[in-house]
Design a protein around this ligand. Structure first.
Ligand SMILES: *Cc1c(COP(=O)(O)O)cnc(C)c1O
Length: 232
């Protein structure tokens, strides 16, 4: 299958999962995750209808940026503070904020560009040591600190990556937990211009349908669209 056929297939499966769970397919954004794939392949996905792409390394955004057709870029991987400056004017959303320090750096660079950067807080629900993300218990405090101290970032919701699993169903409890936290977040009384939790970024190739059933608003799908990755 070609990239455009696979993109259409994933989109169809996402739409069906939405309908099955009584949701409007238009409320779910499909991000095509393009790490390790060249600009030519990304452009194929864009021609097939992709409006949003996700990279997890700053270096890859910079390498491909000029050669990729106009599209919305998302930074979905762990971000080091010293790299924020390089992507602040290139991405529409940073999905992986897990510290006040990183939020401060994004705030500073966004301000310098005269923009407000949309961010998601990454939670690590299983508290796996190898992964970034904060614990659910620390979420409220981090949101309070960021909204009190940073006026050029807007917290738009949560991102989560459940532990690697053999079966899509294994991810469901983690998705349920993230969805519950997301819904709790909506009741927090924080300044609306800095805190507007509308997005729940969860679900990848192996489990995006389950994620949609559990309330995901953004799914990040790579290998089901582009095929397996060859890491350099
Ligand atoms: C690579 C990656 C994905 C996509 O993974 P697939 O299993 O290939 O769909 C999604 N989210 C993040 C943060 C990633 O790094």
């Amino acid at each position: 299958m070609s990239i455009s056929e696979r993109y259409a297939e994933v989109k169809k499966r996402a739409d069906e999962a939405a309908k099955r769970s009584g949701r409007n397919p238009e409320d779910i954004k499909l991000i095509a995750v393009t790490k390790t794939h060249p600009a030519s392949e990304i452009n194929e996905a864009i021609d097939a209808g992709a409006t949003d792409i996700g990279e997890n390394r700053v270096q890859e955004v910079l390498e491909k940026y000029e050669d990729v057709k106009p599209v919305k870029w998302h930074l979905i991987g762990h971000l080091q503070t010293n790299k924020v400056r390089q992507i602040i004017d290139k991405v529409v959303m940073i999905h992986s904020v897990d510290s006040l320090k990183l939020a401060h750096e994004i705030d500073k660079r966004a301000k310098a560009h005269g923009i407000v950067m949309d961010i998601l807080i990454e939670i690590n629900s299983a508290m796996e040591e190898t992964k970034s993300g904060i614990s659910a218990d620390d979420l409220k405090q981090l949101c309070e600190e960021i909204t009190a101290q940073c006026d050029s970032v807007r917290i738009c919701g949560l991102m989560c990556i459940p532990p690697m699993a053999a079966e899509p169903e294994d991810a469901r409890p983690y998705f349920k937990e993230a969805a519950a936290l997301f819904s709790e977040m909506k009741s927090w009384d924080l300044p609306k211009d800095r805190f507007n939790p509308t997005e729940l970024s969860m679900g990848m190739s192996g489990d995006f349908e389950v994620a949609i059933e559990e309330g995901s608003t953004i799914v990040r799908v790579g290998s089901s669209i582009f095929g397996p990755r060859n890491y350099r």
